[in-house]
Design a protein around this ligand. Structure first.
Ligand code: ING
Length: 312
């Protein structure tokens, strides 16, 4: 079988201001696509909620507030993103786009779509792990109200695309080992993860200095333990006063960092990946069918929280 080489890119975004028009943001995304085209990139991964500022940092009392709705898309492509889709199709470049989805029935999701080089949406993923809190917590320097503004997704689908099997995850999903294993059990070789990660973690500020280490740790572990490539893409920099992690990176099935961002702004990070390298791990150390013992893993799906042993 011919080698399955793929040139991929993480399209890191710098800050997006609250009043930056979506059309202006799309202009920045298209700049990424044009540079990617010059470098013969085949797949570009954009961050989580790429079309707007990270609005869950603010409390909006009224769920039906028009301003809140303005951060969501009621169709994809939408009027503002139609030009992105048509440009990508003209350039023959596939992409992964994170955005806030408002369905016809009024459900709100933190969503990513996978689009092939022909401009067709081949997959859609809705964020499963929603971090933060549901109610206004004024004690915080900034809010993290994803659990108020989004409904959780219900599965980790995978799709055949780009001569591979592709899965998607979003931000906090990358911190949960179940995410990668679920996708790898669906055959994923390539996992695309957009994120918006504030450096400051209000419940435990001792973690702040470890933001980059923790982000790399979980993605490198997820890649290695499942024989996958992982592309982690940030919207970083100081966005509306909140310092957010950049550090976008492309990670191989060995767990090694293959390419990484050098700035906190809009930056295209490119890597040539050989998808057949996944077999070096999936068919040896991590041969699931041969070595996994699901009959012993019951606690993982039967429980939500920990159940401690009895006091002696
Ligand atoms: N952001 C964060 C993330 O998981 C967070 C939530 C912030 C966790 C700060 C830890 C520290 O990267 C999103 N959007 O999930």
């Amino acid at each position: 079988m011919a080698e399955r080489n793929l040139r991929v890119a993480a399209a890191q975004m710098g800050p997006i201001t609250k009043n930056e028009p979506k059309a202006a943001v799309v202009g920045r995304l298209i700049t990424h696509l044009k540079l990617a085209s010059e470098e013969n990139v085949e797949l570009v991964v954009f961050p989580e909620l790429t079309l707007t500022t990270f609005f869950p940092r603010w409390f909006v009392e009224d769920e039906d507030d028009l301003e809140l709705d303005s951060f969501y898309e009621t169709s994809m492509p939408s009027a503002e993103t139609e030009f992105l889709f048509s440009t990508a199709k003209d350039l023959g470049i596939g992409f992964c786009l994170g955005y806030a989805e408002l369905t016809e029935s009024g459900e709100r999701y933190n969503t990513q779509v996978l689009v092939n080089g022909g401009g067709e949406i081949v997959g859609k993923y809705r964020k499963v792990h929603l971090p933060g809190h549901e109610e206004h917590e004024p004690w915080r320097e900034f809010q993290h109200l994803e659990r108020r503004y989004f409904k959780a997704g219900g599965s980790f689908p995978t799709w055949r695309a780009f001569e591979s099997v592709v899965g998607m995850a979003i931000c906090n999903d990358r911190r949960w080992s179940e995410t990668y294993r679920s996708l790898a059990l669906g055959g994923a070789e390539l996992i695309l993860i957009g994120y918006n990660t504030p450096i400051h973690y209000a419940p435990d500020p001792s973690q702040d200095r470890l933001a980059s280490f923790h982000s790399r740790l979980v993605m490198q572990a997820g890649a290695y333990q499942n024989g996958c490539y992982v592309i982690g893409v940030a919207k970083g920099g100081i966005e509306e006063g909140v310092e957010s992690l950049s550090d976008s990176c492309i990670i191989g099935p060995s767990g090694e960092i293959l390419a990484e961002a050098k700035t906190d702004g809009d930056e295209l990070i490119i890597a040539d990946i050989d998808l057949d390298i996944c077999k070096n791990y999936k068919q040896t150390l991590f041969d699931f069918a041969r070595y996994r013992k699901p009959e012993t893993y019951g606690a993982i799906t039967n429980q939500t929280g920990a159940i401690l042993p009895e006091e002696l």
